[in-house]
Every structure is written in C-alpha cells, then in structure tokens.
Design a protein around this ligand. Structure first.
Ligand SMILES: Nc1ncnc2c1ncn2[C@@H]1O[C@H](COP(=O)(O)OP(=O)(O)O)[C@@H](O)[C@H]1O
Ligand SMILES: [Mg+2]
Length: 501
C-alpha cells in the first residue's frame, strides 16, 4: 500500500497564540482517492490543507511524500512537489491579465536569456484554460473584467498548470454556480482516473456524498472520524460534524415542562453590529431553561453576549420586564440581577490571577455593603459559603483560581453570580471541557435555579445536554432561528441536527 500513498501527515500541531488549531492530527491520502474533509467552521480544515499546500508551516509534526520528508517553504515549492490548492479566499490580481495570474510566482518558466517570452506564456495559459474546459476565458483578458466565478476558474487553472498529483479544493464550490461546479467535478473525475488524489472541503453534504470515496472529519483540531464506501451518507456525516457524547442519566428526569407565563426578558427585534443577526426576537420566562443550539457560527453565542450587554446591538431593545428597564450595558444587566458565564471562561469569566474569594465576590459587593461599608468577615463568610455549596475543590478561598482544575474554575465562575443572588442566568457552554462529575453538579444547580423560579438561557454545543435540560430549545442557523422545539421525551439529536446543518 505504501507506494499508493500520496501524502502522509503525522502528529501535526498548529498553534496560533493560545489557539490550538490542530492537535496531533494524522492524515493520509492515497492514489485514486477523493477525500472529503469535513468539520464545523474553525475545526482546522483550512489550516491543515494550507500546511500541506505550503501556505504556512506546522508548529510541529511531519509530512512525507513519495517516501521522503516533505516540508514545502511556500506554495510554489509545494506546487513543484505536485501539490496544488484552490484557496477559500480569492487570491488573484485584478490589474493584470489572466496569463500573468496563472503563472504568478513562476515567470522564470518563460524567461530566456533574461527576456520574458510573453507570447509563450499566453499560449501556455490558453492551453491550460482549454484543458480544464474553460474555453470562454482567454489568456489576454484583464482579470478585473471577469466576474467572480471566472476569476475562481483562473485560480483553478493556476492550480492545474503544473499537472499536480494532489489537488486541494477548499470550499470553492460554495462560491461557484453550475458552470464552475461542473468544471470542478469534471476535473476531479479526470484526476481520479489518472490515479491522482484530491482533498475536497465543502459544507454541501450532498455534494460530498456524490463526489468523495472517503470522508474524514475534524473537530476542534482533532480527527474524529473516517467514513468509507457505503458509509458515506449525509445521515452519517451530520453526527460526525456536530459530535455527540455518551448519553448520561444525569439530566433532569421530569418531562411535564411547567414554565410560568410570566415573561422576564423580552428581546425585541435586535440586530448585531455586524448585521449577522437581524431583527431577532425571543422571550424568556420565569422558571424556564431556554436552550440555544446550533453549529458554532450560528449566532447563538452572539445572542447571549448582546442580551448581557457585552456586545452592542444596533436596532430593537432588550427589556427586563419586571422592572420595565432596558438592558444596554453590562452594568444594566448586573444591576438587574443577571449573570453571565462565558464560553471563554479563562479570559472572560474569571480573573485567573486573583483568589477564589475575590472572583466570587466581584458582583456581590453591593449586597454586602452596609451604609457604604463592608463589615469585617462578611466577605470571607459569603465566599466560604459558596465554596461549600458548590463543593469547590480547593485549599481555601485564598487560593488563586489559576491553580484550579477546569471544573473547579467553572464552579467559581458560577459562584460569582450565585453570590450576587442573580435571577437570570445566561450560560454559554456551561459544561464545556469539564468532567462528568462536575457536569452533574452543574446540571443539578441549573435545575435548582429553575425550580426556584429563576430564568436560564443555556447556550450549548452538546445536543444531549440541550435535550436533557431545556424546557424549550431554539435551534439557530446562519444567524436565524431555524426551529423551536419543546421539551419532550421523543426529541432526538438527529432531529435537531437536521435544523442545524
Ligand atoms: N492566521 C490565523 N491566526 C490566528 N488564528 C487562526 C489563523 N488561522 C486560523 N486560525 C484559527 O484556527 C482555528 C482553525 O481555523 P481554520 O483552519 O480556518 O478552520 P476551518 O477551515 O475548519 O473553518 C480557528 O480557531 C481559527 O480561528
Ligand atoms: Mg476554512
């Protein structure tokens, strides 16, 4: 099999500052394969393929091609080694002609005794355009005069002129209409018949099902699955992308779904600053656990941020119904007894270089004040009480938060709002990256909040948790609500995934 191998990547890691885009990723491509690379936005698909194509280097790890180490310094080097890529973002120069765009970085191919043989360059460009089936685009046309689709086709020609053995197509079909898509499909068929290899990135699962003979899936920089032959179906790809974990029996058991009619938050027609969320409305009830689900770029995290006053909104209003006051800033939210636990716990929910007590009391000082003064012991008492209630594992309230495990950090993030007697909780991925034991404790606590008549927005990327805990689920896609599902024993993750992808 080894001689059939076109490329092997082993233990590839790529860090961007604190972001771990790829974590010990392994990937192989064999001759005659069309390998679909799937995964949510931000899962690392472009990072992996751009390392293969020489756009950037890996932080660590190795690649092998034709039995030898392969580490291209740039795209031109990769192309000479037979690896070409059609990139996600348009990468052409509008002010020069088509031929110059195709051969950018490789003009020396047409240089003789220092002179550039422009005529031969134009001929070669024309030949490649013909070969890939783009006979209505000509080498001497100005790129800026072409429409978006034809510019993309010029990029395809650029990728193809050195006759690559490996072609990477990163989300190019999404932007293309029928003509461009057909061109790519023909190219794929041809390359496959020549025993070459293709890495194909697309969000169109039906397209992947038709085009690919293998599918691999990335999730948060980790390879999580592989499908081959008959296994390649849309139904099998969806759960791979969204991911699921073992169903625990630690969610709430009741299904009567009693929620008061009383509205506590009335979000009316809000639009985010970047316009991704438009005219969004939702109401939150007393005693309700309102779940938000969707892929990570669906807009649900932004909703949580706007409701808490962290991010601005440019139309509409968010009304705290009991007080009839509007929420425009974090100060408004906190004074109305709202609490927020961020998805980015370490940067937004906690001050890592401060004690558990300081973190716990941050939002509670107002409550402790007696005529402008805080009585001695009051702080320690409240903080210790929270540690006890949450069973936070620590030496004492004086211990710094950065010494705690993820689960215990999250407990402190919760404590901050518990100590402030919050009535409305916005929890963004409240159990992200914490162990089963702490998770169970969080679910107990959230359920207790509900029974005490508090209101909870729970934004979650984990379907079992959404189904297991919510009274009502809002599923979002592309900044909009794609479904509203009431608590019921019959709700399945497959059903919710349908609304997300
Ligand atoms: N140049 C960069 N600088 C900082 N972070 C980056 C850069 N490129 C990618 N990332 C981060 O790496 C992760 C993976 O991104 P990417 O490979 O583009 O995902 P995908 O193509 O699957 O949508 C994301 O968290 C993204 O924000
Ligand atoms: Mg990408």
């Amino acid at each position: 099999m080894e001689n059939e191998l076109l490329i092997r990547c082993t233990d590839i890691c790529k860090n961007f500052g604190a972001t771990r885009a790829l974590i010990n990723t392994n990937f192989e491509l064999y001759r005659g394969e069309v390998c679909g690379l799937i995964g949510e936005n931000g899962s690392g698909k472009s990072t992996l393929t751009s390392i293969i194509a020489g756009v950037q280097g890996a932080t660590s790890g190795e690649m092998f091609r034709n039995g030898a180490a392969y580490a291209p310094a740039n795209m031109v080097e990769a192309q000479k080694a037979g690896v070409a890529m059609i990139v996600q973002e348009a990468g052409t120069l509008p002010t020069v002609d088509v031929a110059s765009n195709i051969f950018v970085g490789n003009y020396e191919l047409f240089r003789k005794h220092g002179f550039l043989d422009k005529k031969r360059m134009l001929q070669e460009a024309e030949r490649i355009l013909q070969e890939i089936g783009a006979d209505d685009i000509h080498a001497d046309m100005m790129l800026g005069d072409l429409n978006f689709e034809d510019r993309k086709i010029v990029e395809i020609a650029r990728a193809m002129y050195l006759n690559p053995e490996i072609l990477i197509i990163d989300e190019s079909t999404t932007a293309l209409a029928q003509k461009g898509r057909q061109l790519i499909y023909r190219l794929i068929t041809k390359m496959r018949s020549e025993n070459k290899g293709i890495i194909f990135i697309s969000h169109d699962l039906e397209e992947l099902e038709t085009v690919c003979n293998r599918i691999t899936c990335l999730r948060d920089g980790v390879m999580v699955g592989n499908l081959e032959g008959d296994q390649i179906t849309v139904a099998n790809m969806r759960p791979l992308m969204v991911g699921r974990e073992l169903q625990g029996n630690y969610y709430r058991a009741d299904y009567d779904g009693t929620v008061s009619d009383e509205i506590v938050l009335d979000v009316r027609h809000i639009t985010s600053e970047n316009g991704y969320i438009r005219n969004f409305s939702i109401q939150l009830h007393k005693g309700e656990i309102l779940g938000f689900g969707g892929l990570s770029d669906c807009g649900m995290h932004e909703i949580g941020r706007m409701v808490f006053g962290l991010d601005r909104y440019i139309t509409g209003e968010i009304l705290h119904v009991p007080s009839q006051r509007k929420i425009k800033s974090i100060q408004d939210a906190i004074s109305l007894k709202m609490g927020y636990v961020s998805k980015d716990r370490d940067n937004e929910s906690l001050i890592l270089n401060a004690s558990i007590q300081d973190n716990t009391l941050m939002a509670a000082y107002k409550k402790l004040e007696r005529m402008g003064l805080i009585p001695p012991d009051a702080e320690k008492k409240l903080s210790d009480h929270q540690i006890e209630v949450m069973r936070t594992k620590c030496e004492s309230g004086e211990q710094y938060v950065n010494q705690l495990s993820g689960g215990n950090k999250q407990k402190v993030a919760f404590c901050k709002w518990l100590a402030a007697d919050s009535e409305i909780y916005i929890l963004d991925c409240p159990t992200r990256g914490i162990d089963i034991g702490v998770k169970a404790a969080m679910y107990d606590l959230i359920y207790r909040f509900k029974k005490e008549g508090k209101a909870i927005i729970m934004i979650s990327e984990e379907l079992p948790e959404l189904i297991g805990m919510s009274d009502r689920m809002i599923i979002m896609k592309d900044g909009e609500i794609s479904a509203e599902v009431m608590r019921d024993q019959s709700v399945t993750d497959t059903q919710l995934i349908e609304y997300m992808v």
